[in-house]
Design a protein around this ligand. Structure first.
Ligand code: AMP
Length: 285
C-alpha cells in the first residue's frame, strides 16, 4: 500500500497505473479515519469489485459547524494505516487541510431538497461541506466506483443526487450498516461514550427494530404515529436526548402519511448522549 499526502502525487500514481493497465477499475472509499469494521466493510466491497482501491482519510473542517467536534474528532493514523493495509487498500491518501484548502474555498457545492431535513436541518452547512469535499476528492481520484455506508443514509441520498445533477462519471455504491453485537451502529464517535452511555446507546437500534415490527404489523399506521412510538422508546433511556426521530420517504426525504401508501421509507434518528451525537437509521421497504 502506498501512503500519499499530495494531490499531485496521487494523480500521477493513478495516471501511470491506468496507462499500464487499460480498463483498470478504480474503487474509492472516502473516510474521516479512526477506522472500524464499517469502514473495513466498504474497503472489502471495493476490493471485490475493483482492480485498485483508494482509501482517503481526511477530517474535513468544512463539514463541521462551530461548537462541533472538529478539534476533538478521534484520530489514529498508524492504526488506520494498518487496518487499510490489512483490508487490501492499494493507496491511502491522507492530505493535510492546507493541501485540500490552500486558500479558503470560494466555491461550494449545495444540494437542494434532500438536505432540508434531518442532519441538514440540525447541522446547517454540513452537507455543503460534505458535497464540496466529496466533489474535490472525486475529481482528484476519478474513481469508477465510490463506496458509501448507509449508516449515513442522508449523505448517500445527497451524493447520489449530486452525481446525477452534475453528471459525475462515477457509480455510487451504497453499503449496509455494520453493527456491534448488541446492535449499536459502528461509529468513530462511539469512543466518546462513557460506560453507562454506551449501555444505553443500544436504544437507537431497539427503537429502529421496534419501528420495523410496528410497521410490519400495521401498515395503516401513519408516519407520525410511528414517530411517536419511536420517541417514547428512545425516551425510556434516561441519558438519551432526541435531536430528531423522523419517518420520511427515501431517498427523497419528503414527508409521508400512511406507511401503506409511502413506498420506501427511512426511519432516521439522531440522539445525543452527553456531548456525543449518534445517528442511525433503517430503511423499510
Ligand atoms: P466517516 O469516516 O464516519 O466519515 O465514514 C466514512 C464512510 O464509512 C461513510 O461512507 C460512512 O457512511 C461509512 N460508515 C461509517 N460507519 C459505518 C458503519 N457502521 N457501517 C457501514 N459504513 C459505515
Amino acid at each position: 500500500m502506498k501512503v500519499i499526502r499530495s494531490i499531485a502525487e496521487l494523480r500521477n500514481a493513478l495516471k501511470e497505473e491506468r496507462a499500464a493497465r487499460p480498463g483498470l477499475a478504480v474503487g474509492f472509499v472516502p473516510t474521516m479515519g479512526y477506522l472500524h469494521e464499517g469502514h473495513a466493510s466498504l474497503l472489502k466491497a471495493a476490493r471485490q469489485s475493483c482492480d485498485t482501491v483508494v482509501l482517503s482519510i481526511f477530517v474535513n473542517p468544512l463539514q463541521f459547524g462551530p461548537g462541533e467536534d472538529y478539534e476533538t474528532y478521534p484520530r489514529d493514523e498508524q492504526r488506520d494505516l494498518a487496518v487499510a493495509e490489512a483490508e487490501g487498500a492499494d493507496y491511502a491518501f491522507l492530505p493535510s487541510v492546507a493541501e485540500m484548502y490552500p486558500s479558503p474555498t470560494k466555491t461550494k457545492v449545495t444540494v437542494g431538497q434532500v438536505t432540508e431535513r434531518l442532519c441538514g436541518a440540525s447541522r446547517p452547512g454540513h452537507f455543503d461541506g460534505v458535497a464540496t469535499v466529496v466533489t474535490k476528492l472525486l475529481n482528484i481520484v476519478q474513481p469508477d466506483r465510490a463506496f458509501f455506508g448507509m449508516k449515513d443514509a442522508q449523505q448517500v441520498a445527497v451524493i447520489q443526487q449530486m452525481t446525477l445533477d452534475l453528471n459525475l462519471p462515477v457509480e455510487i455504491v451504497p453499503c449496509p450498516t455494520l453493527r456491534e453485537a448488541d446492535g449499536l451502529a459502528r461509529s468513530s464517535r462511539n469512543v466518546y461514550l462513557s460506560e453507562e452511555e454506551r449501555k444505553q446507546a443500544v436504544v437507537l437500534y431497539e427503537a429502529l427494530s421496534l419501528a420495523r415490527s410496528l410497521a410490519e404489523a400495521d401498515r395503516q399506521m401513519t408516519a407520525e404515529e410511528l414517530k411517536r412510538h419511536i420517541e417514547a422508546k428512545i425516551s425510556s433511556a434516561p441519558l438519551a436526548r432526541i435531536d430528531y426521530a423522523e419517518v420520511l420517504a427515501y431517498p427523497s426525504l419528503e414527508p409521508v402519511g400512511k406507511l401503506a401508501e409511502a413506498g420506501r421509507v427511512i426511519v432516521a434518528l439522531a440522539v445525543k448522549f452527553g456531548r456525543t451525537r449518534l445517528i442511525d437509521n433503517m430503511i423499510l421497504e
